[in-house]
Structures are given as structure tokens and as C-alpha cells.
Design a protein around this ligand. Structure first.
Ligand SMILES: Nc1ncnc2c1ncn2[C@@H]1O[C@H](COP(=O)(O)OP(=O)(O)O)[C@@H](O)[C@H]1O
Ligand SMILES: [Mg+2]
Length: 360
């Protein structure tokens, strides 16, 4: 059990979930493990009366999480919408873990997904041998969630072709999944719901039909408002991931974290923080999630090939790699940023030199 590279949220945070459950005296919706209040504490963090501390999973506006949890306590499904890297998948996993103790009923939306992956398929050997029967039917995660009263997560809903998406309409409005081959159906038991995620950027690839949109309550996960918010998210996530990956480096390189977040924000916004210099934006997303992985990468370099202290040299290659996704356009944008912005900042000289030497 100790050797998994990544644990499901409900396993990794089992101790927190148990403590919350022991403490939770508020009313729970049918088949929920925790009350909506306790679910929100699990996501936002806090300290229980007995001193147990619950780590924050989502760092941001508390109201967003409250609305998401309240939605799931009704019979409506939840759609988390936002640009890449705004913690949609992360929040979806933790909501499922806290509400039904199982975040694994997951359908990954892709352009090539079949209707079987959404509804059910057949075990063809059995189908041929025995004819259609419930035993020959291969349940989808959605069907299993309906039968067990759990939450089904659907990732990247708008990447799914429109006709397959529309399978969800009956499920969400009638709470039933017909099986015409068996003249049968699966009816959802209480506790069943769906959390879907979709990227703003993907909009237009497969727009959701208005019939489907109406079955969801949409909650937008925003990009963090201020630089300090991002720095604090990156810091907390890196500290926790660094522990899990057992990277033996100091995680207090606050100046370096602040710098990568500044670089990403300025490039994304197309203007420097002081509003003085206009910049071109690269094609890359430069999200919070990417800042987190650049810092982790830097820490690994510092730990294994440096003296354990995060330096600008450790950060440079990760930053350059994150910014330059499409070399034909992003390289020019990056070099211009280096020359017009990074070079002129006083305490950025070693960062500038490090980037310069690998951007040549
Ligand atoms: N506001 C936030 N609070 C906590 N973690 C965040 C936040 N924003 C981004 N992250 C981190 O970013 C990483 C990637 O998020 P992810 O859920 O994969 O993004 P999305 O699905 O929106 O593209 C996660 O590890 C998450 O911890
Ligand atoms: Mg995602």
C-alpha cells in the first residue's frame, strides 16, 4: 500500500475524512458520507475542535466551493468550467472523495469516446455464448455510480461528441439509464450525481446542447485574482507534493516561486505588473498548474544536482520549457521578454543570465 505513485484522494486523506466523519453531526443528504458543511471544510481546510487540522485542497473563494457542494445536495449535476490549470479535475476528485468516499468512477472525455464507454458495453464472449443478459453487460462508471448512489466524474465533457454527450440527458433528467436490449433499465439510487469538467478554451469544439446545459449547474473556477494568491497556491501545493515525492530539498524558495509566477502572469496578461511595458503573449497556457510543476522540477534539480537550495539556475530550464511550447512563435516572444523586462530588473540578473545561456 505504501508504494503507489499516486493515491486516490479518499486514500491519501483517509485520516482527515475519518476525523471529519467522527465530528460531523450536521444532517447529511441521503447516502452522503459527510454533511455539506463537512465537505466544504474538507475542501477549504480548517481546524476541528479536537485540534485535527484539515489541509486546504482548494485555495480560493469559499463561496465557489459552497455553491458546488450545495448543487450536489440537490438533484442537479455540477459542471466545473474554467481555463486549463484552475483545479477543475482536482476539485472534482476531492468532492467525489468527500461526498461518497470514491473518486474512481471516472469517464475521461475524448473526441473518440464511444457511447458504450458512457452507457454500457458487452462482454462479447458471454454475449455469444448466452445471449444478451445482465451478466454479459459491461457497466460503465456512470452506470455503476447510478447503481451505488455515488458520484460519477466526467472529465472534459466538451471534448465528447455531441451525440454521446446527449446520452446524459436522460440520465440526468429521468435518473434512469435504459437498456433496450434487455427491455430493462437502471434507476439511480439516492446519492447519485455527476460532476463534469470542461475547459473554456475548448468551447466550440463540441458545444453542449442547451438541453444538456440546463441539467447542470455551472460553477466557474477563476484564475486566481492576485499574484499573492498564486504564490500561496504554488507554495502549498509544492510543499505537499514535494513531501509525497520525497524530494529532499527546502521548499522555502519564495523568491523563486514569486518570480516564476510573475513571469507567467506578465506574459499571459501581455503587460508588465507595473503596467509600463506591453508584451507579446506566447501560445502556452502558463497556468497555476504549470507554475507548480516548474517549481517541483527546480526543486528536484536543486536536491539532486545542487546543494538543496532552489536557485534561479534550477528554475530557468523549467520556465523556458513552459513558455516555449511552439518554438516558431514563442521563442521570439520569450527572448523579447528576457531583453526588455528580465534584463532591466535589478535582482533578476542571475535569473537573466541562466535563461540567456539556455535560450541561445
Ligand atoms: N486554486 C487552487 N487551489 C489549489 N490547487 C490549485 C489551484 N489552482 C490550481 N491548483 C493546482 O493545479 C493542479 C492542476 O489542476 P487541475 O485540476 O489538473 O486543472 P484543470 O483540471 O482545471 O486543468 C492541481 O494539482 C491543483 O492542486
Ligand atoms: Mg482537468
Amino acid at each position: 500500500m505504501n508504494d503507489l505513485l499516486r493515491y486516490h484522494a479518499e486514500d491519501q486523506f483517509a485520516a482527515e475524512l475519518n476525523a471529519l466523519q467522527a465530528f460531523d453531526t450536521r444532517p447529511k443528504p441521503p447516502n452522503w458520507m459527510l454533511s455539506p458543511w463537512a465537505v466544504s471544510i474538507y475542501l477549504l481546510g480548517g481546524t476541528l475542535d479536537d485540534g485535527t487540522s484539515i489541509t486546504p485542497k482548494y485555495i480560493g473563494d469559499r463561496r465557489i466551493i459552497e455553491i458546488a457542494v450545495a448543487t450536489l445536495a440537490t438533484d442537479r449535476a455540477l459542471l466545473l468550467l474554467g481555463v486549463p490549470g484552475t483545479a477543475k479535475s482536482w476539485v472534482s476528485e476531492h468532492l467525489a472523495a468527500a461526498i461518497c468516499g470514491d473518486s474512481t468512477l471516472l469517464v475521461q472525455g475524448t473526441a473518440g469516446i464511444s457511447e458504450e464507454a458512457m452507457r454500457y458495453g458487452w462482454n462479447y464472449a458471454r454475449l455469444l455464448a448466452e445471449g444478451p443478459s445482465r451478466a454479459a453487460l459491461v457497466e460503465s462508471p456512470l452506470m455503476r455510480a447510478m447503481q451505488t448512489g455515488k458520484i460519477c466524474r466526467i472529465e472534459e465533457l466538451t471534448r465528447i461528441p455531441a451525440d454521446v454527450q446527449d446520452t446524459l440527458i436522460t440520465v440526468l433528467s429521468e435518473k434512469t439509464l435504459p437498456i433496450p436490449e434487455l427491455n430493462d433499465e437502471v434507476q439511480a439510487i439516492k446519492g447519485f450525481s455527476v460532476i463534469a469538467t470542461a475547459n473554456d478554451r475548448d468551447r466550440g469544439i463540441n458545444d453542449m446542447s442547451s438541453a444538456l446545459v440546463r441539467r447542470f449547474n455551472t460553477v466557474v473556477l477563476p484564475t486566481p485574482a492576485t499574484l499573492d494568491d498564486v504564490v500561496s497556491i504554488v507554495q502549498q501545493r509544492v510543499a505537499s507534493m514535494g513531501r509525497t515525492l520525497e524530494i529532499p530539498a527546502q521548499t522555502d524558495g519564495l523568491d523563486e516561486i514569486r518570480r516564476v509566477v510573475t513571469v507567467f502572469r506578465e506574459l499571459r496578461a501581455g503587460i508588465t505588473m507595473d503596467g509600463q511595458t506591453k508584451l507579446k503573449s506566447p501560445s502556452s497556457t502558463l497556468s497555476t498548474a504549470e507554475a507548480i510543476s516548474v517549481v517541483l522540477n527546480g526543486l528536484s534539480l536543486a536536491a539532486h544536482f545542487g546543494d538543496g537550495v532552489l536557485t534561479s539556475e534550477n528554475m530557468a530550464s523549467g520556465i523556458v520549457g513552459a513558455v516555449i511550447k511552439d518554438p516558431s512563435t514563442d521563442r521570439g516572444v520569450w527572448l523579447e521578454y528576457l531583453e526588455t523586462v528580465a534584463r532591466t530588473r535589478e535582482d533578476w540578473s542571475s535569473f537573466y543570465d541562466a535563461c540567456r545561456s539556455i535560450s541561445e
